[in-house]
Design a protein. Structure first.
Length: 191
């Protein structure tokens, strides 16, 4: 117990020396406005439900990337779509706060919420396997912040397609997004 307190105090001192605010408990964090804008800009907007690129019509998508409760043929307008995106974000935040047990910087939190919005909170927390913990969350909860940020780059597949493969024309945008989230998570591209 004493070592944990000493390590925490040392980490706070090191953080202050680098000019950063200390990491915050997750209970005190919420997605920033810049984080929400980043999500909706990445997702783009559609006023009509369209088939998910991987799952087809089994997972229709509408608005700013919303999938829950959407049926093919559904329509929306920008304001309700943004309101729905914010509700979805709040749901993902709640789920992340259940699986992540360590304090984060705002820019790390925003990056992780953005990733969860794209891959789903279940996948973020479990790696897609019920009863398991994802590599990212294992590293994060062990205090390996850089390793957790690096694990973002492991989410590079759409179906069986490796989006990081050179010359990839199917899902290169996913890989660009993962690189951006990784940089943000590492603090080099924090909004």
């Amino acid at each position: 117990m004493g070592n944990d307190i000493s390590r925490t105090l040392f980490q706070r001192q090191q953080t202050r020396q680098r000019g950063q605010a200390p990491r915050q408990l997750l209970a005190a964090l919420a997605l920033s406005a810049a984080g929400l804008i980043g999500i909706v800009a990445r997702e783009g907007y559609s006023d009509k439900a369209y088939p998910d690129p991987v799952h087809g019509t089994a997972v229709p998508t509408i608005g700013f990337g919303t999938t829950g409760g959407v049926r093919m043929g559904d329509t929306t307008t920008p304001v309700p779509a943004l309101q729905r995106a914010l509700r979805d974000v709040q749901t993902y935040e709640g789920e992340l706060k259940q699986c992540v047990k360590v304090p984060l910087h705002q820019y790390e939190y925003d990056a992780y919420v953005s990733l969860a919005y794209n891959i789903g909170a279940f996948n973020f927390c479990t790696g897609g396997q019920k009863g398991r913990t994802s590599v990212l969350v294992q590293r994060l909860n062990a205090g390996d912040y850089a390793g957790a940020c690096n694990a973002i780059l492991g989410w590079k597949y759409v179906g069986k397609t490796d989006c990081s493969a050179p010359g990839n024309k199917t899902c290169a945008g996913i890989w660009k997004d993962r690189l951006k989230l990784h940089a943000q998570c590492m603090g080099s591209d924090a909004p």
